[in-house]
Each structure stands twice: as C-alpha cells, then as structure tokens.
Design a protein around this ligand. Structure first.
Ligand SMILES: [Zn+2]
Length: 282
C-alpha cells in the first residue's frame, strides 16, 4: 500500500457519504482508477454501508407500526364522529319538518272543531226556535218557520214538520237533534224551502249525515242541509268521531326528538373521545 492509499482510505467514509470537497473527491476517484486494492476496499465499504442501513430502515418501519395502527384507529374514529354528526343534523331537520307538519294538522283540526261547534250550536238553535213556534200555535205559523229557515238560509235545503201521530219509532228522536235517514217528506204537515212552502214531491236524500231530526210529544222537526254545505258537515262529522288526539298528531315528531337527542348525546361523547388527539391527526 502506498502512502496515498492511507490518505484515500481515511477519506473514503466521507466520500461515500458525499461529504468530501470537490478536490478530495477528485483525488479519491483518480486514485481508485489506478489502485485495485483501494477499489476493492471501497466496494467492500459500500456493501457494508448498505447492509448496515437496510436493517435500520426496517427497524424504523417496525417502530412506526404501532403508531400507524393508532393513527388508523383514530382516523376511523374521526369518520365515525363525522357520520354521527351528519345523522344528528339530518335527524334535526326531519324532526323540525314533522313538527311543522303536525302543527299544520293541529291547526286544521282546530278550524274543523270550531266549525263543528258552530254546526252543533245551530242544531240546538234551529230545533229550539222551531219547537218554540210549534208549541205556541195550534195551527202552524208558516211565516215564523219561514223566518227561521231564512236565518239559516246558507245551510238549509228543507225544514219540515211532522205530526208524531203519522210516524212510527219516534222515541229515538226525543233525546235531541239526531242525524238520520230522512223521514219521507210526503208525510210532513209542512215543508219550508227557499221559496216558502214546498208543495212538489221531495226525493229524500239517502245520506244519513245530511239530515237532522228531533221530536217532542206532538211534533217532529226535520231539516236537511244544502248540498253545498255537506262538505262542511262531513268534515265536522269526521272530526267529531274520528279526530286524532293532540298526542297522536305529535307522536312522530316526539319519537324523532327522542332519537335525535340520543344521536346528539352519542355525538358529544364521541367528540370528547377524539378531541385530545384531534390536533395531532389534523
Ligand atoms: Zn491505493
């Protein structure tokens, strides 16, 4: 080995790591082209370096593995938190939607109930007024009945008076105004219509909701609604007998409020779990 060889070998580690100055590098390269021994030494060193570095890299990967697992876990947690968040907002929107819908149903029901009360009140009033006229008269006061009919002109088609003597099965009508299939108008003592006393034959309605009758010992009063008023009557009838309770109307929004509250709770808990690592992962 020449003296130069010792210098070159001192330089080799720095040369391999590209830490030499340009001049030193050139010196090493020139020497290597002429010195077989130093070339072999360089190759040997390079081989060792590679072997040394390889395990280092795989060591680092091994070291990183647990952290990667934790990172994956928390990323999954983050996605999960996001999903719960979205579910909460969707739930909230659906709840508000159902709530508004229920309020509109309730408002319709209130309107219907108001109408129903008016109809029920008119039933009582019409009967009371008509029987008042009948009880004070031996002969029926046609004009008085006509004025009662006019008072409810927007609602009534016919107002008829029967004698209980001509009609069977009067008992069921004595309790108060009752919706019935109309009693045959040909048996009536008097029928009042829009133009006063009705003399032509009336074809009775085949609809029990459209006719109301009531009886005392002597008389039966029966009136029939106008066709144009039947929709209102039907609506009121539906509400009177089949209207859902307020609780039923709000059942759906209440169920959704409960579900959404649970989702909100889960979301807040989940946010608290992921909060400490949020900044690290972002
Ligand atoms: Zn040499």
């Amino acid at each position: 080995m020449k003296n130069e060889c010792y210098i070159v070998r001192d330089l080799l580690p720095s040369y391999i790591d590209h830490l030499c100055s340009e001049e030193s590098s050139r010196f090493v390269e020139q020497h290597i082209t002429t010195c077989q021994q130093c070339t072999e030494y360089l190759n040997q060193m390079r081989g060792e370096f590679d072997i040394q570095e390889q395990p280092e890299i795989s060591d680092r990967i091994e070291q990183k593995k647990p952290f990667l697992k934790v990172s994956h876990f928390f990323n999954a947690q983050k996605t999960f938190t996001k999903l719960i968040g979205i579910s909460f907002w969707v739930g909230l929107i659906v709840t508000v939607g159902f709530f508004i819908y229920s309020l509109s149903i309730l408002s319709d029901l209130d309107d219907g109930r108001e109408e129903m009360q008016i109809i029920e009140q008119h039933k009582q009033d019409i009967m009371e007024k008509t029987f008042a006229v009948l009880s004070t008269q031996d002969n029926i006061d046609e004009k008085a009945l006509q004025s009662i009919f006019q008072e409810y002109g927007g609602e009534l088609e016919h107002l008829a008076v029967f004698s209980t003597e001509n009609i069977d099965d009067v008992t069921r009508l004595k309790g108060g105004p009752t919706n019935i299939f109309p009693i045959d108008y040909s048996k009536a003592v008097l029928v009042i219509g829009e133009n006063g006393k009705v003399t032509e034959t009336i074809i009775p309605s085949d609809y029990d909701i459209g006719t109301v009758a009531m009886a005392n010992d002597q008389w039966i009063v029966q009136y029939e609604y106008q066709d144009s008023y039947l929709g209102t009557i039907e609506n009121a009838h539906q509400i009177k007998h089949y209207a859902p309770s307020t609780w039923t109307v709000f059942q759906l929004p209440i169920v959704f409020i409960i579900i959404t509250t649970f989702i909100l709770g889960g979301w807040l808990i989940q946010k608290r779990i992921t909060k400490p690592v949020k900044n690290i992962l972002d």
